[in-house]
Design a protein around this ligand. Sequence first.
Ligand code: FES
Length: 512
Amino acid sequence: MFTQSIWKDTASIHNHQVLNRDISADVAIIGGGVTGISTARLLARQGLKVVVAESLKVGGGTSGHSTGNLYVTIDKNLETLKNKYDLETVKQVLQSRKDALNLIESWVKAYSLDCDFKRQNWNLYSAIAENDEKIEQELGVAREAGLEIIDSDPANYPLKINKGITLPNQAQLNPMRYVQELANVADDNIAIYECTRVIKIEESDEGVVLHTSGGNIHADYAVMATHVPKGFDLLQTLLGSYREYGVAFKAGDLDFPEGIFWGYHEDGKNISSRLYERNGERYVIFVGEPHKTGQTEDNIQHIQALCDFAQTHYGLNQVVYRWGGQHYRPADLLPFIGRRNQNGRTFVATGFSTDGLVYGTLAAMMIADEITGRSNPYSDLYNPRRFTPIKSASRFIAENVNVATVFLKDLPSGADKDSFADIKVGEGAVINYQGEKIAAYRREDNELHLNSAVCPHLKCIVNWNNAEKTWDCPCHGSRFSRDGVVLEGPSWDNLARAKFKDSLPDDIQDRK
Ligand code: FES
């Protein structure tokens, strides 16, 4: 199965230099997604010299695999947030997200960013009566919090609904185009390096040093705009890593209305949909089917489920794009944004759930304020050093029992296949060989790529993702290419090359 996000294929790509020497700056940012590029722009505006190191292409990580939807509400529902906290917290979250959404729009206008930004209605609906109560609850809390939310007219939906609500004046854009265009706005204070992987950070009283694949970056501060902190961080015990999928179909003659539609469907399925138009071609995008990263037997079945949904409800059958995206759910429902340690020099931004484009922009605003010594009204709310044992307890326990379970399950056996010969061309599998777990992938030319299946982060065993052809770690969401290069998640390092104690397996003696 070929996977590529619609955003990557419809973005105008601007190339940036690759780092090949030691450099210095006021602030070094790891990650060229929406968080990193936005932070760089805000800091540069304050006169600071900023370097961005992106291991792939700008916007090519999580940002380029997101939904492109922008809204002030949150995916886990305002009702859930109010129950865990209070109405005042709900109001603060909504206001903070509104501020960030407005900043995105102001940049789109100020820099004439060609990213298909459009104000849109956001709609939440139940397709079946048993979910109507959730819609009622959300309407109630949204109104209490001051949102101008209304009962929907069912005629404005692309399918038959039972009950719906509409929040006007939200927005959508092409997220990859947005980040690429924003990064391409000239600013002498910003230097962006692509294909430049940070390998580790050293922090001292004098500053930080980022060791990269192309040289060292010396700076006063480091920002981990990497979706989740790199290396070992206790925050990882407060986050659950999930993968979700998107598919885009050519709309053809389908009369699909404008707007963002989030739906509760039968069998507990939550699916979002929306129209996207580029170069005269109309597409309908569906997003859903979340699962813990690295913890599904068959990733393809999740993409197929979205395709089946599109076929059943809309008669769509020309799927053009399929992709997966990652998100991290925080145990107490709120992201972690700010200085990681009291008086430290490293900043983090994580736990955005599926609301990352707006939270990433908010993180940029907060971190830029903190670095430049300005107060921010949301720094307590999203403080990454907060301690919320009661609010975090149930999810903290659930996520860490889950991590312990997958860790133990993978010791000491439990390989996917019995021998290397069982792996077909284009497939990957974990093989238990001479007491070692080997992540084996058979390339199109029949050669095997052999890496250790032990995740370099904290030693869980990776699993094969048969849709995206990657190795995904079930513990904290590190992901690696088919040949072992780290793509995302907390691991600094690639999968190690496989080492064999005695001899190579019989069926790969001819390995070059
Ligand atoms: Fe933590 Fe793999 S991501 S062990």
